[in-house]
Design a binder for this molecule. Structure first.
Ligand code: FAD
Length: 197
């Protein structure tokens, strides 16, 4: 695996997706095409200079490996330097430093596009007590129940799946339905559904 490095690439197609989000592809010279091959769940790091300071930001690749393009989407963040600049100022033909895809780093989406787990390979594996967890939310009890069912079915095939069934924490104005699941990663994942009453 080669060490990730930056190349200056021109923005190819820049598309306005919503009022506050754009997507863009990059023109990749033939000789660099191998460096930008990617797998689902990988991301690009962009680098530019803003007000004399180097700024680096990462964006998930939102095209598929067989789509024939390398596309990312940037959504404006309130007060965010790079995202607002990219959404308002950037245009086709402008150039950015784009890091080659780093295969050691993987992101797995979870339930919604803006919820993800970001894994970094390290020589010394991370360890933590059971029940240390990441939290993700789902939008309905049915979605939560379906996730529990999937985890239970998977546990049937592989006993390393660590499942803690759904409990409901009644806080009066909101009931928090949550389950925990762990598999191979050091931390468990908590899925929550917030039922506002
Ligand atoms: C692996 C990975 C993948 C990602 N994929 C995507 C993606 O696909 N699409 C996407 O849109 N984003 C993605 N992101 C997020 C993206 O990298 C940026 O973090 C995001 O665009 C915001 O950058 P920004 O420069 O606009 O905001 P920043 O300037 O970094 O600001 C972020 C927030 O912090 C606040 N802030 C900044 N400085 C200060 C300060 N000094 N004091 C107080 N508050 C401050 C800002 O007001 C703003 O609310 C991803 C991030 C990672 C790590």
């Amino acid at each position: 695996m080669s060490t990730p490095r930056f190349h200056r690439l021109a923005v190819n197609e820049l598309r306005r997706e919503t009022a506050d989000a754009i997507s863009m592809t990059f023109s990749i010279p033939q000789e660099l095409s191998g460096d930008y091959n990617f797998l689902p769940g990988q991301y690009l790091t962009l680098r530019t200079t803003m007000d004399g300071e180097e700024v680096r930001r990462s964006y998930s690749i939102c095209s598929g490996p067989d789509d024939g393009e390398l596309r990312i989407a940037v959504k404006k963040v309130d007060g965010g330097a790079f995202s607002n600049w990219a959404a308002d100022e950037l245009k086709s033909g402008d150039e950015l430093d784009v890091m080659t895809v780093d295969r050691e780093r993987l992101i797995f989406g979870c339930v919604h596009w803006d919820q993800f787990i970001f894994l970094i390979a390290e020589d010394e594996p991370m360890a933590c007590p059971r029940l240390d967890h990441y939290g993700f939310s789902v939008s309905s009890r049915a979605e939560l129940d379906a996730a529990v069912e999937r985890a239970r079915a998977f546990h049937g095939e592989d006993p390393r799946v660590d499942l803690i069934d759904t409990t409901v924490d009644d806080q009066g104005v909101v009931k928090i339905h949550s389950m925990y699941v762990g598999y191979l990663l050091p931390m468990m994942i908590e899925l929550q559904y917030w039922e506002f009453v």
